[in-house]
Write a protein that binds this ligand. Structure first.
Ligand SMILES: [Zn+2]
Length: 466
């Protein structure tokens, strides 16, 4: 076996990836054929963890097929690894908690669950479990909230680095008990100490391997204005360097939260909830705002102009009764939208299950069909759902130069999906008349069982949790 043969791998299967958003304005339910590549049978060629070629199998250069190590996934679908832009590693043991709406749910279930991460043994164990769930669901990149504990955030980055994953994360910033709802011992002791901890974590992990650091104030209600300004200063300062930081937080998830935020920060005279963050210097590129359910067109314009991303978290928005994200308005405003799970508010790690719920949320926009012409009735096509979960997520996170597609030079993170993973999937996908219909059945009926194998930099991901 030559060195080159060892290094080159040729993955055979149905290969699908995107060059852009397949949405066609004014033509609901259609997909732009120029926005994606579908090769069936196709080949994906990887060398040293990087994509070197993808295309129709019969066009695959003989060099690759003759000299490369061939991995046969024919009969399965190969897509770029899923990108989950909004998820909480600290809520591993609190998913599926019956806490009602956002604020009581946080108080009664999430803060107590996250506080357990002060125990280093628990933190390491829970974090390994968390990564196994991501990878078994086909998710290879995520933008993740940890907890307020610097050592648990260290443990998160160390585990991600060991698994060679491209991850964005940061220590949660919380220094306001939000009317006594957060136990004091879970809060940062001071803004100064929190800043020091952030700077240490940034120095240690930002740009270490594939990792990136996100300044992560939890949300406006658990931060003082001084802490939000400190977070904004960290972000702004980094923009003058070659290694700018990311920012993640929650935005206008729940009406009660919005009302309280506007009241709490009235001294800033904010135009909207987003304006609270903007006045503290937090809004700009490489932002990932979770939810953004209760925003208006001026907010959308600011998000689009500043090249910030938002996460559409359908399972969480439904589970917590937060509201219906307006995908249509966001896309008309050209906001960078990604599809997120928001576990533990979300009820599944699976991006397929998240697509399933996203479709239903978009369909609910047609509740009063008498006001809508047939052509204007909103829908989410399966191709667009897969775009949002791959290249769309990568673009929203400003990581599309590294991940999200199979263009040559991209990191070879991908997932192999089995059309016949369950009896139901097998029968329904076999009955499908077109590829689009087949893909829709997979998005609607699929979950982690449909993931045959997840690959990270061209290597199969293996579970590590004991
Ligand atoms: Zn969240």
């Amino acid at each position: 076996m030559t060195g080159r043969r060892r290094r080159t791998k040729v993955f055979l299967g149905t290969v699908l990836h995107f060059t852009g958003d397949p949405w066609v304005p004014g033509h609901e339910g259609e997909d732009d054929p120029d926005a994606y590549h579908l090769y069936d049978p196709g080949a994906l060629v990887v060398r040293d963890g990087v994509v070197v070629w993808s295309g129709h199998l019969h066009e695959c250069p003989r060099d690759f097929t003759d000299d490369g190590h061939v991995v046969d996934h024919r009969g399965c679908l190969i897509v770029p690894g899923f990108v989950d832009p909004h998820i909480h590693s600290g809520q591993v043991d609190a998913i599926a908690s019956p806490g009602g709406q956002l604020l009581p749910w946080l108080r009664d279930y999430m803060y107590p669950a996250e506080m357990r991460f002060s125990d280093p043994d628990y933190a390491r164990d829970a974090i390994a479990f968390f990564f196994d769930r991501l990878l078994e669901s086909g998710t290879t990149t995520a933008c993740v909230f940890t907890t307020t504990h610097p050592q648990a955030t260290d443990a998160f980055f160390a585990e991600a680095h060991l698994r060679r994953l491209r991850m964005v994360s940061g220590k949660l910033l919380m220094d306001d008990d939000n009317g006594g709802t957060v136990p004091k011992e879970y809060l940062d002791r001071s803004v100064e100490e929190a800043e020091e901890e952030c700077r240490r974590l940034i120095g240690k992990w930002h740009h270490t391997g594939r990792l990136r650091y996100a300044v992560s104030p939890r949300f406006a209600l658990t931060s003082t204005v001084a802490a939000l300004r400190m977070a904004g200063d960290l972000y702004q300062e980094s923009r003058q360097t070659g290694r700018p930081l990311w920012v993640q937080s929650h935005l206008a998830e729940n009406l009660d939260e919005v009302r309280r935020a506007m009241e709490k920060f009235r001294d800033l005279d904010p135009r909207s909830y987003l304006d609270v963050y903007n006045k503290c210097g937090l809004v700009g590129p490489r932002n990932m705002w979770g939810h953004a359910v209760w925003i208006d067109d001026a907010d959308r314009a600011l998000l689009a102009d500043s090249r910030a991303g938002v996460a559409f978290n359908p399972t969480s928005n439904l589970f917590l009764g937060s509201g219906l994200f307006d995908l249509d308005r966001a896309r008309h405003a050209e906001v960078r939208v990604a599809l997120g799970t928001d576990v533990g508010g979300g009820t599944s790690y699976s991006m397929l299950q998240t697509m399933n719920e996203a479709y239903k949320v978009v369909a609910l926009a047609n509740t009063y069909p008498e006001h809508l012409e047939e052509k204007d009735r909103k829908t989410l096509t399966a191709l667009r759902a897969f775009y949002l979960a791959t290249l769309g997520g990568a673009r929203a996170l400003h990581l599309d130069r590294h991940i999200g597609s199979f263009h040559p030079g991209r990191e070879a993170d991908f997932v192999v999906l089995d059309w016949a993973a369950t009896a139901l999937l097998k029968r329904r996908t076999e009955a499908a008349r077109t590829f689009r219909e087949r893909l829709f059945a997979l998005a609607t009926l699929g979950d982690d069982r449909a993931v045959k194998q997840t690959y990270v930099l061209g290597e199969p991901a293996r579970p590590r949790h004991q």
